[in-house]
Design a protein around this ligand. Structure first.
Ligand code: C5P
Length: 220
């Protein structure tokens, strides 16, 4: 299809975002955070007062918001109808509602189109992170990585990112999202065929970035 695609999947708190951005910066590639797109869609649904647990209600509105993702790995941006939502989509309300919204097939179909368009517009190559990148969004990606980490390590990282949230509550919320993300019928979180599994628990961020960069260099 286009240039080099590096697909990075895994559960939240596995180090996906920091790793993906670091790899893109080091290799001079573009970067797409697909989780941010699902969060942006969820933010919009909540603002509209749509019941996020009513799949038919969500599906009916899915075409309305215009979601635009920037692809600079050193300054990722995301807007909905022109409004910068980068901070708002990290709020607890969105985090608590994003998995049920992401289950809805119409949501996935709409965002899949947007994701493929962003990938096609990055002919120099792009690092794409999410849950279904290696399996659905870019199954032909020459480099696929599946990142995991111990639940306790994931909760510690995420709680620190969220400015010191309670670690055990964070772990509970992570595991609840994992369960929905892995159990859904459409594009569940799975390790894609051909993916390299890296358990990041014992490594520093720089070490994980180095491992992924080495994988990319091996296919070039
Ligand atoms: O990566 P992040 O934690 O921001 O993703 C938020 C949520 O978006 C995930 O828990 C999942 O429900 C959904 N998601 C998805 N498919 C992707 C990326 C994210 O379903 N490719």
């Amino acid at each position: 299809a286009t240039g080099l695609v590096v697909a990075i999947d895994g559960p939240s708190g596995s180090g996906k975002s920091s790793t993906s951005r670091g790899v893109a910066v080091r290799l001079g590639l573009r970067y797409l955070d697909t989780g941010a797109m699902f969060r942006a869609m969820t933010w919009w649904m909540l603002r509209q007062g749509v019941d996020v647990h009513d799949a038919a209600a969500v599906a009916a509105r899915v075409g309305e918001p215009e979601i635009v993702s920037g692809t600079d790995p050193s300054a990722p941006t995301i807007t909905v109808d022109g409004t910068d939502v980068a901070t708002a989509i990290r709020g607890e309300d969105v985090t608590g509602a994003v998995s049920p919204v992401s289950v809805v097939p119409e949501v996935r179909a709409r965002l899949l189109q947007l994701q493929r368009a962003v990938i096609a517009a990055a002919p120099g190559g792009i690092v794409v992170e999410g849950r279904d990148i290696g399996s659905v969004v870019a199954p032909d990606a020459p480099v696929k990585v599946y990142l995991t980490a111990d639940p306790a390590a994931r909760a510690l990282r995420r709680a620190a990112e969220e400015g010191g949230s309670d670690v055990s509550a964070t772990q509970e919320s992570l595991l609840a999202r994992d369960k929905i993300d892995s159990g859904r019928a459409t594009a569940p979180l799975v390790m894609a065929d051909g993916a390299v599994h890296i358990d990041t628990t014992p490594f520093t961020l720089d070490e994980v970035i180095g491992l992924v960069v080495a994988l990319v260099e091996a296919v070039e």
